[in-house]
Design a protein around this ligand. Structure first.
Ligand code: SAM
Length: 235
C-alpha cells in the first residue's frame, strides 16, 4: 500500500500521476490524505480497464460514467475525486467544510495540468439541509472515503448520502473503522436505507489494499407498493 506520511503523496491513475500536497501539522483531518481514498480509486482503476483481460468484470455496471453527475462528501485534499475524474467521472463536484477548502483548491490547482481543468468545488456541511438542496440533487454517484470517525456526525452523513443519491444511483465508499461508536451507528443507519454490497478484498488493487480498508457500494432501498397499498421495503 503506497500510503505515506510524507508531505506529498503521488497517486498514479492510468497514464497520469496525481501529486497531492498534505499538511499533516494542520488541526483539520481533511488536510491529510487518508488511505481509503487511494484504495477506492485503485479498486476502480483496476476494474475500469480490465476489458482486455480474460477475467470477467463484475463491476462493469459501475463504469457507466457518461453524462452522470457525481458529488464527493468530505473530499479533503481531493485524492478520490481527482482520481475518479481521471477514470472518466468528469462531472464531479467536490465538497468539504470551509476550513478544508484552501487545501482542496491548492491541490486542484497543483494538479490542473494533469486534470486539464479546475474541478468544481462547493462547501457542504452534512447537517446543512439548505446547502444540500442548493446543490440540486439527485446525483448518480455519491463518493466518500474515510468519513466515518465521529459519532455525532454520522446521522447527518447518512442523511446527506440518502438525500443526494438518486434512486438508481450508487454511493461508493472507502471505509476503515476509526471509532467503534461511529462505526456501529453508521452501519445501523445505513442498513435502514441502503442495500449494501461489500467488495471482496481480492477484488481490491493488490498494491494498495490492506486488511482494515474496505470498499462498499450502496444503493437505495426502494419502496414497492403492493396491490393492497402496503409498502414493502427492498431488503
Ligand atoms: C478523514 S478526512 C478524509 C478526507 C478525504 N476523503 C481522504 O480520504 O483523504 C474526513 C473529511 O470529512 C470532512 N468532514 C468531517 N465532518 C464533516 C461534516 N460534518 N460536513 C462536511 N464534511 C465533513 C472533513 O473536513 C475531512 O475532509
Amino acid at each position: 500500500m503506497k500510503f505515506k506520511d510524507s508531505p506529498v503523496i503521488e497517486l498514479p491513475v492510468r497514464n497520469s500521476v496525481l501529486s497531492i500536497e498534505q499538511d499533516n501539522g494542520s488541526m483539520h483531518v481533511g488536510t491529510s490524505v487518508w488511505p481509503c481514498s487511494l484504495v477506492l480509486v485503485k479498486f476502480l482503476e483496476r476494474w475500469s480497464s480490465s476489458s482486455s483481460s480474460s477475467t470477467p468484470n463484475p463491476y462493469t455496471h459501475l463504469f457507466n460514467f457518461s453524462g452522470k453527475r457525481a458529488i464527493e462528501l468530505g473530499t479533503g485534499c481531493g485524492p478520490a475525486g481527482m482520481g475518479l475524474f481521471l477514470l472518466g467521472l468528469e462531472n464531479i463536484l467536490l465538497t468539504d467544510i470551509a476550513a478544508v477548502m484552501p487545501a482542496l483548491k491548492r491541490n486542484l490547482k497543483r494538479n490542473k495540468p494533469v486534470l486539464g481543468k479546475m474541478l468544481k468545488t462547493s462547501q457542504l456541511y452534512w447537517n446543512n439541509v439548505n446547502q444540500i438542496k442548493n446543490l440540486n440533487p439527485p446525483f448518480d454517484f455519491v463518493i466518500a472515503a474515510d468519513v466515518v470517525y465521529i459519532e455525532e456526525t454520522v446521522g447527518s452523513l447518512v442523511n446527506a448520502m440518502e438525500s443526494l443519491v438518486s434512486d438508481n444511483g450508487v454511493v461508493l465508499l472507502g471505509y476503515q473503522l476509526r471509532s467503534p461508536e461511529a462505526h456501529q451507528l453508521f452501519w445501523e443507519l445505513c442498513e435502514r436505507v441502503f442495500v449494501i454490497e461489500k467488495v471482496p478484498h481480492e477484488d481490491l488493487h493488490e498494491e494498495y489494499a490492506f486488511e482494515e480498508a474496505d470498499v462498499y457500494v450502496f444503493r437505495k432501498k426502494l419502496l414497492a407498493v403492493t396491490t393492497t397499498g402496503e409498502c414493502l421495503s427492498q431488503s
